[in-house]
Write a protein that binds this ligand. Structure first.
Ligand SMILES: [Zn+2]
Length: 427
């Protein structure tokens, strides 16, 4: 199969290209990029002028809930949501039931993904057995099984001695440790960001410090062990400052931020909508500005969704009692595009880099670029298409979005993985 896509603007930060060009897609790869002439042979061609093409998005932080939470999401429904959002590779967090902490479970996730088909699911495995924080998972075997990232996401590895050991092994096996930074004692009982708004709303406070003390500890451990540390869903100004200083000193650290922490603040909690409850919590405007500046200048490397679906009956309870989490795969790109790119706060190239090339580099996988020879994982995006977020139309089982009803500008109209169109927007 071969096809020429003609006349789109191709934004490909991974190869440093941004401009109008034609693409020849052949045998699942980008065979040519440039101006089509007689030497380009293809079975067909398609005019995509006025549209954008960029690399398929890559999410380092998705909760697919399977095994054990299939009423919230399955690997198949999560993948369908990802395809609608323009993602061609998603990294699945291991906080399932049972937690993914051994090679057979890694293989189970891969097999379910193959069965569903379409895009790639990369299982993340737990740092500690059962995510209990007491004993290390078989890290060497997990590395051998092709795992790239380990995380106990949902909680921090509280025991610094154990995490130090994990980092020593991770450095040896070239694994990335992705840490959910939250001191359980400081965070205990917290429902929203600590501050005046929490006091006014009468909700229990979760201080920024709960994140920052763990960020500081982990940066010290990473510096000592030489481990590649990835900080998940950073949410505070103080964390950004610690990260910036550590990078200046050469610590092998990378970080992600979510669209919700870039676009919303604690003010969104005023209506006590449980869909605004997330961990880490939505923070202050000052924190949000710091995250945005850090994303723009590259201190924060990438955007990850922390897609966390919940069943309706679980989320539709009082704010205090509701579980933390928001879905994000189907809105991340359009929300970032509308609120950050269209408004000139970050460039289109930086936004796309943060959602494709950067996550690939962090995980050490190929992809995130569309130059000749690259796998044809790409998105066709219509920057003029506006749409309203309606969770009832999501492919995800989770309807718990903070962006319900938002008018967004720009939409994925097609997602292709290895040259095959796996999602097409129906009008
Ligand atoms: Zn987390």
């Amino acid at each position: 199969m071969s096809l020429i896509y003609k006349g789109a603007r191709i934004i490909d930060p991974g190869s440093g290209f941004d401009g109008q060009a034609d693409l020849l897609v052949e045998n699942g790869k980008i065979a040519r990029r440039g101006t089509a002439d007689e030497s380009w042979q293809a079975a067909g061609e398609e005019d995509v002028s006025g549209l954008l093409i960029f690399p398929g998005l890559v999410d380092l932080h998705t909760h697919l809930r399977e095994p054990g939470g299939e009423h919230r999401e399955t690997i198949a429904t999560g993948m369908a949501a990802a395809m609608r959002g323009g993602y061609t590779t998603i990294f699945a967090m291991p906080n399932t039931d049972p937690p993914v902490d051994n090679p057979p479970l890694v293989e189970f996730v891969r097999a379910q993904a193959r069965k569903a088909g379409g895009i790639t699911v990369e299982p993340i495995a737990a740092i500690t057995k059962g995510r209990k924080g007491q004993e290390l998972s078989p890290m060497g075997q997990l590395a051998k099984a092709g795992v790239k990232i380990l995380s106990d996401d949902g909680s921090t590895v509280a025991n610094a001695r154990l995490l130090r050991l994990a980092m020593q092994y991770a450095a040896m096996f070239q694994l990335v440790i992705s840490e959910h930074c939250e001191d359980a004692n400081l965070a205990q009982g917290g429902a929203m960001n600590e501050g005046v708004t929490a006091t006014k709303l009468g909700l229990s406070p979760l201080p920024a410090l709960a994140e920052e003390v763990i960020v500081a500890r982990d940066l010290l451990l990473a510096r000592e062990t030489g481990c590649r540390l990835h900080l998940a869903h950073l949410s505070t100004k103080g964390s950004v400052e610690l990260l910036r200083r550590a990078k200046e000193r050469g610590v092998k650290v990378t970080a992600e931020v979510t669209p919700q922490h870039l676009l919303l603040t604690e003010e969104a909690v005023r209506g006590y909508d449980p869909n605004m409850k997330v961990n880490p919590p939505l923070r202050s405007e000052q924190d949000r500005q710091a995250l945005l500046a850090a994303l723009a200048d590259g201190t924060i490397d990438c955007i990850a969704t922390d897609h966390a679906p919940w069943a309706r009956q679980e989320k539709e309870v009082e704010f205090d009692a509701a579980p933390c989490g928001m879905v994000g795969l189907e809105t991340a790109l359009s929300a970032v595009w509308t609120k950050l790119v269209e408004t000139g706060q970050i460039s289109a190239a930086r936004a796309i880099e943060a959602m494709s090339a950067k996550p690939c580099q962090i995980a050490g996988i190929p992809g995130g670029r569309l130059d000749e020879g690259a796998k044809a994982d790409f998105v066709i995006f219509d920057p003029k298409c506006s749409w309203q977020v309606d969770p009832e139309k999501f492919a995800s089982k989770g309807k718990n979005t903070p962006f319900s009803g938002w008018e967004l500008q720009g939409r994925v109209i097609r997602t292709a993985a290895a040259g095959e169109v796996v999602y097409r927007l129906e009008n």
